[in-house]
Design a protein around this ligand. Structure first.
Ligand code: 4AD
Ligand code: MG
Length: 473
C-alpha cells in the first residue's frame, strides 16, 4: 500500500499549521491511543505521539474499512493513521484527521495495561517508570526538562563559554565530604589483601576510584586555560538522604569562570536562572500551563516575576540575624557557625524576601576547602566567599564560590579539613603556575526542574530516580 510509505508527520507540526495545507493530501500520523469513543456511525480516537501536550483527534467514519478495528482499540495501543487534515467542529482542538485507514501496530490488553484513563497518583506512577512518560504529567515533564537542558547550553554558548566534559570516574573527592560511591572490579566476596587490608593496588585503576560528586575540580583546570567554561553531566552522592529534594544520581551544571569574583558570579547565576525559566515558559507554553493548572496555581506568575526582577542578596551573618529576629520557632538551632537547614532557607526566601535570595560569605568551618578565604574577618568568625542561591519551596538550588587561588592558604585550608594533599597535586599545580582569580557554581538540574514545574518530589522530575534502596529500571 503506497500510503504506508508516506513519511510520518508529527502531531506538533500538524497542530502548529496556520491553515490547512494546499493541496490537502493524505497524511500519516502514528502514536498511542489515549481514548476511543464511538457515537452511532462515527468513532473518535485521541492519539498522542509525545511531540506536543495536545492529543490529535482522529475521526473514523463507519464507512472506513477499518471501522471494526477502531472500535476494538483501547488505551495504550499504538496505531498508524492515514487521512486528511480538517478543521475540527468539536471543541478543544483546531484540527483533526478524517481517517482513510487505521492500522493497529501494537495491542495493549485492557485487562492488563496499568495506565487506564483515570488519574493515577504520582507514587503509583513511580513504580511504572517505563510507562509513565505516556501520561500527561510525565510527557510534559520530559519536554520541559529537554527545553531547560537546551536553554542551559544556549545561555552559555551565547556568552562564549566552552562546554567541557569532565570525568564520571574519579580518584579525588571534589567536595572533600566523602559521600562517594566506590567503583571497583575487585571480587568483593574475596578481595585481594595486603598488610591486613584490601589491596587497592590490584583494583582496575591500581587505586581506589569513585563516581564523581562534582566536575568542579576538572572544570577549574579548563577555566585556568580557556577562561569561561561549563560542564553539564551526572553526579553522584552516596548520602543516605531520603528527602523530596535529594537524589543519589542527579545532573549538575557547573560554570567555572576565570578573572571573576563572587559578585560577578552572583550576577551570572541570576542571569542564568532568569534565562532558563524564560526559555521554559516560552518554548513549552502548553506544558507549563498544565503544570500551573494541576500542580501549582502560582507557578507561571512566580516564574514570570523571577524573570522580571533582581534577586535579593545578603550575607550569611545578615541571614542569621534575620532568622534570630524572625520570631519563628525553628526545629533546628540558629546560631552563627551552624549551617542553614532547609527550614531556614525557606524562611529567608519565602517569608523574609519573597523571592530568590543569594546568601554569601558563610563560615569557613561549614564550607568546602576550595572556597576563597575572606581576609578581613576576625579569626573566630572566619568566612569564605561562598554563595548559595535559595528559591521558594526548594531552598538551595545553586551552590558556588570564588575559589582559593593562593597556594599557601589553600594548603592550610586542606590541612584544616584533614585532606591528604597528595591526590590533589594537579589541583595545587594550578596555583603554582599562573594562578588566576576564578569562581564557579553548581546548579542542581533536578531541583531547577522541580522549581519550574511545581513538582513536590524530585523523584518526579527525573526519568529514572536513584534513591536509597531504589534503582529499578
Ligand atoms: O552545593 P553543592 O554540593 O556544590 C558542589 O558540588 C560544587 N562543587 C559546585 C560548584 O561550585 N561547581 O551542589 C550544587 C547543587 C546544589 O545547590 C543542589 O542544587 C544540587 O547541586 N544538589 C543535589 N541535587 C539533588 N540531589 C542531591 N543529593 C544534591 N546535592 C546537591
Ligand atoms: Mg551546597
Amino acid at each position: 500500500m503506497p500510503t504506508t510509505k508516506r513519511p510520518r508527520t508529527r502531531i506538533k507540526d500538524l497542530l502548529a499549521l496556520e491553515q490547512l495545507p494546499v493541496p490537502n493530501d493524505p497524511l500519516v500520523v502514528m502514536g498511542w491511543v489515549k481514548t476511543v469513543r464511538s457515537s452511532g456511525a462515527v468513532a473518535f480516537v485521541q492519539i498522542n505521539d509525545g511531540s506536543a501536550f495536545a492529543d490529535l483527534q482522529i475521526v473514523v467514519d463507519a464507512n472506513c474499512p477499518d471501522y471494526a478495528l477502531v472500535q476494538r482499540l483501547t488505551t495504550g495501543c499504538s496505531v498508524r493513521v492515514t487521512g486528511i487534515l480538517q478543521e475540527s467542529l468539536g471543541r478543544g482542538q483546531r484540527y483533526e484527521i478524517l481517517a482513510d485507514a487505521v492500522a493497529l501496530l501494537g495491542d495493549a490488553d485492557p485487562e492488563e495495561y496499568p495506565l487506564q484513563k483515570k488519574r493515577h497518583t504520582l507514587e503509583f506512577l513511580r513504580e511504572l517508570a517505563h510507562l509513565r512518560p505516556r501520561t500527561n504529567t510525565f510527557g510534559a515533564m520530559a519536554r520541559v526538562r529537554n527545553a531547560m537542558a537546551f536553554g542551559i547550553h544556549q545561555f552559555f554558548q551565547q556568552r562564549g563559554f566552552l562546554y567541557v566534559q569532565t570525568p564520571i570516574i574519579t580518584a579525588s573527592d571534589a567536595e572533600g565530604a566523602g559521600a562517594m560511591f566506590r567503583v571497583t572490579t575487585l571480587n568483593i566476596n574475596d578481595p585481594p589483601t595486603r598488610n591486613g587490608g584490601i589491596d587497592d593496588g590490584q583494583d582496575f585503576f591500581g587505586r581506589p576510584a569513585f563516581l564523581t560528586v562534582s566536575g568542579q575540580l576538572e572544570a577549574e583546570i579548563f577555566a585556568q586555560s580557556m577562561a569561561d567554561v561549563y560542564t553539564f553531566g551526572p553526579t553522584f552522592r552516596a548520602e543516605n538522604s531520603n528527602t523530596s529534594r535529594h537524589l543519589a544520581e542527579f545532573w549538575m551544571v557547573e560554570p567555572e569562570v576565570a578573572f571573576c569574583d563572587l559578585d560577578g558570579l552572583a550576577d551570572l547565576a541570576e542571569d542564568f536562572l532568569r534565562h532558563i525559566f524564560a526559555h521554559a515558559l516560552q518554548s513549552c507554553p502548553d506544558d507549563m500551563a498544565f503544570f500551573n493548572r494541576f500542580y501549582d496555581k502560582e507557578l507561571i506568575a512566580t516564574l514570570e516575576s523571577i524573570v522580571a526582577a533582581d534577586f535579593e542578596r545578603m550575607t550569611y551573618t545578615e541571614a542569621i540575624a534575620a532568622l534570630q529576629s524572625s520570631g519563628e520557632r525553628f526545629e533546628f538551632p540558629v546560631e552563627w557557625g551552624l549551617d542553614l537547614q532547609s527550614e531556614h532557607e525557606r524562611y529567608l526566601t519565602e517569608r523574609k524576601v519573597g523571592k530568590p535570595v543569594i546568601v554569601t560569605d558563610y563560615p569557613s568551618s561549614i564550607k568546602a576547602f576550595y572556597m576563597r578565604l575572606n581576609e578581613d574577618t576576625p579569626a573566630h568568625r572566619q568566612t569564605v566567599r561562598a554563595m548559595d542561591v535559595l528559591v521558594p519551596r526548594i531552598g538551595e538550588i545553586i551552590g558556588g564560590s570564588q575559589r582559593e587561588e593562593r597556594l599557601n592558604i589553600l594548603q592550610s585550608r586542606m590541612a584544616e579539613a584533614g585532606l591528604d594533599q597528595a591526590p590533589y597535586w594537579w589541583y595545587l599545580d594550578l596555583r603554582r603556575y599562573g594562578t588566576a582569580p576564578h569562581a564557579g557554581f553548581g546548579l542542581g538540574f533536578e531541583r531547577t526542574v522541580q522549581f519550574a514545574t511545581g513538582m513536590q518530589n524530585i523523584r518526579d522530575v527525573i526519568a529514572f530516580p536513584r534513591t536509597p534502596r531504589n534503582a529499578e529500571f
